[in-house]
Design a protein around this ligand. Sequence first.
Ligand code: C2E
Ligand code: MG
Ligand code: MG
Length: 759
Amino acid sequence: MKRLRAAIRNCRATLRRDAWAELLRPLAQPVIPFGIALIGLLWLFTWQYVRMERDNVDRETEQSIANLVVVVEQNAVRTATELDRILKFLRQSHSRNRDMEWAKLVKEEYTVDDEAVQIAIIDAKGMMITSSAMLYPPAPVDLSDREHYRVHLNATEDRLFVSKPVMGRASGKWSVQFTRQFFDENGNFAGVVVISLDPSHLAKTYSSLNIGANLGILLVGDDGVIRAGSGTYKNSLGASYVNSDTSTDVSRFFDGTTLTRGGTTEHPKLVASRRVTGYPLQVVIDADGLVSPNWLRTRDLYYSACALISGLIVVVMLGSAYGRQRFESKIVHLARHDALTGLSNRLHFREMLDSAYASGGNSLKFALHVIDLDGFKAVNDTYGHPTGDALLMAVSHRLRDNLREGDTLTRLGGDEFAIIQAVSDFTFEASALAGRLCECMKEPFEVDAVVLTVGASIGIAFAAEDAPSTVELLRVADLALYNAKESGRGTYRFYSEELNAALVARRNLENGLVNALKRGELEVFYQPIVSLPSQKVAGYEALIRWRHPERGLVSPGEFIPVAEETGLIVPMGEWILRQACRDLAQCPGDTTVAVNISPLQFRDEGLLPAVRDALAESGLPSSRLKIEITESTLMENDSDTIEKLSSLRKLGVLVSMDDFGTGYSCLGYLQKYPINCIKIDRSFVMTIGTERSGAPIIRAIIALANSLGMTTIGEGVETPEQLRELIALGCSEAQGYLFSKPQPASQILNGYVPRVEAA
Ligand code: C2E
Ligand code: MG
Ligand code: MG
C-alpha cells in the first residue's frame, strides 16, 4: 500500500512537472490538424490568387512596355530617317553644284528643331569646312581625330554612322553624330557630312511619355553604348548598357521585340528591346523594380484578410479543442465517479484494486470493507427517493469523516459502499475502523427535517491473505458481509476459511439436490396420524428424505430451505405429490395422506394442475389427499390464496394448517380461509407435564377449531402422558414418535397398527 501511495505521489509530482503537457494536451484533438489544414489551404489559395493577380498585372505591364518600345522605336526611326535624309540631301546638293559653298548649303533650315541639331562639313583631311554654328570658322578646326571621320575615311561602303555621345569641343555639349561621307567628281573620298544631335532632345521626347520613376528608355548603339537615355538612365550617356539581371529566366519574343523578365517578386526587372529598323541602333526600355501599387495594395489586402481569417480559425480551433478536452475530462471523471456523492464508483474502484493486484507485494497491504446500509430501503420507500439520496450523501460524509488519509471510499451502487483501508496490523486496524463505522452509523441522521435511523453491516477481507485477485476479493468480502447481516446486522464480520467452507458446502448441497431429483435419491417417508377416539390410523404425513450417496439420510430441515431458495422446491414438490398419491392409492381403506406444500410452491401457477394430475394419475380419491400449508403461506397475497384454497377444496382436497401457534397465529385466518384441520405445533405438546404446560393454549385452540368445525392434530407426541392429555383436551388426532417415526412406504403403509394405547 505504501508503494501504491508512493506511486500516487510520484504520479502527482510528474503531473505538476508536466503541467505544460497537460496544457498542450488539447492540441492532440482532431480539430487542430483540421484547423491547420484549413489555414494551410486558405493561405495556399490566397497565395495562388495573389500570384494570378500578379501574373495579370505583369501581363498588362509587359503589354504596355511592349507597346511603348514600339512607339519609341518608331520615333527613333523617324528621327534617324529625317537626319539621314538631310545628310543625303546636303551631299546630293553639293555634288550637283560643286561650286556652291558648303556654308550656303548648311545655312538653309533643314530640321524641325535647330537647337537640337547642328550640321558640320569636314574635308578629306579632317578639317572642318563649315558648321551651322560657325559658317566660316576664323581658325582651322581639326576634327580628324573624331571617330566618325575616321570611320568614313577607311570605309569601303557608303553607310550612315551614328557616333557615341561626344562632348562638343566648341559647344561643350553632349551630342551624337549622324554622319555620311561625300565624294569628289572622281568618286574619291572628299569629306564627311555631320549632323550632331543633342541626345537630350531624344530624352525630352521620351520623358513626355510619362514613363514613371523606375523606368528608363534608352537608345543604344550596336556597340552597346548608350546614345540617349531618360528616366533611370538619364545620366548614363556614353556608358555601356548591360542588362544587369542575371536571374532572368523568362524571355519572350514577339513582333521583333525582345522581352526579358527577371529580378525578384519584390523587385521585378523587365527589359524590352527592339532594333531600330534600318539603323545600327536599338531602343531599350528598362523597368527595374516596377511594381504596380494597385497590385501591392491588393496583395496586402488579401494577405491581411487571410491573416485575419487564420487568426479567427485559430481562436475557434483552440476554443473547440480546449472545450472538447474539458468535455472529455468531464466524461472521464463522470465515468469513474458517482454522480450523487462524488465518490469514486465501482469502475474506478475495480481499476484501483486491479492496479494494486498488478503491482503486488506491499501494494496489497490493505483491507477491503464492503458496507451495506441496514434499513435504507425502508427509508426510500417511506420518504421517497430525494430523501433517500440526501441520506446517502449524509452517510457518505459520515463515512469519510472516519477515514484516515490514504483510505479510499467508494460508492459501489445503491446503499452499498466500500473502503480500501491501508493497514499494517490487519485485524486490529480493520476492526477498529469497522467498529467505529458501525457505531457512528447507528447515530440518527437528520435529513430534510426528518430524523432517520439506519445502520451498517460490514464485511471485511484482506487483499494479500484472503484473495488472489480483485474478483475473488470482492467475492469473499461479500461473503463476510452476508455473514454480518445474518448475524443480526449493525455489525462487522471478517472473511474466514470457515465461511468459505460453509459456502462451498451450501453450493455442494445445491448441486447435489439438483442431481438428487434426477438420480432418484429422494424418498418419501410416512408418519402415521392416529385418530384419538378410535386409536386407529386415520392417515399419514408424507415427509421427504434424501438418501445421499455419501452422507446417508439427510433431513428435510437441511435441504428444504435450499430447495426453496433455488426454486427447486416446485419440481421436487410435484414429484412428492405424485409419489404420495401413488403410494397411498396402494393402501386400501380411507386413510388420508398429508403432503407439505411450501409457500413458494403454493404460489406457483402449476400447483392446481399438479394436484389434479397426481390424483388422476394415481386414482386416489381427492378426499384422501390433504395439503399442509403454514401460516406464512396465508400471509401472502390474500385474494390469490383464497382463490387457490377454494379451488383445492372444490376438488375435494382437504387443507391442514401446519405448525399452528408458532407464527402470528392470526385467528382471522381460520375464519377467512377454507381450512379443515389445525395441526397444533409440537412446541405446545412437548410442554405437557412440565411446569409451563401449554395445555391451556391447546385447549383454546381445540375449542376454537371445534367451534369452526375443524379437526385438530397434536404434533410431536412422544409420551403416553402427552397422548392422555391431548385426549383429555378433546384433540381429534395425534402424530408423533410415540406411534411411529417417519418410515419408508414399504414398512409403514398397509397394516400398521398403533402399538401404544393411551393409559
Ligand atoms: P412438519 O411438516 O411439521 O413435519 C413434522 C416434523 O416433525 C417431521 O420432521 C417429523 O419427523 C417430526 N416429528 C414427528 N413426530 C415427532 C416427535 O415425536 N418428536 C420429534 N422431535 N419430531 C417429530 P421432518 O421429517 O424432519 O420434517 C421437517 C419439516 O420439513 C416438516 O415439518 C416440513 O415443514 C418439512 N418437510 C418435510 N417433508 C416435506 C415435504 O415433502 N415438502 C415440504 N414442502 N416440506 C417438507
Ligand atoms: Mg407438516
Ligand atoms: Mg408440523
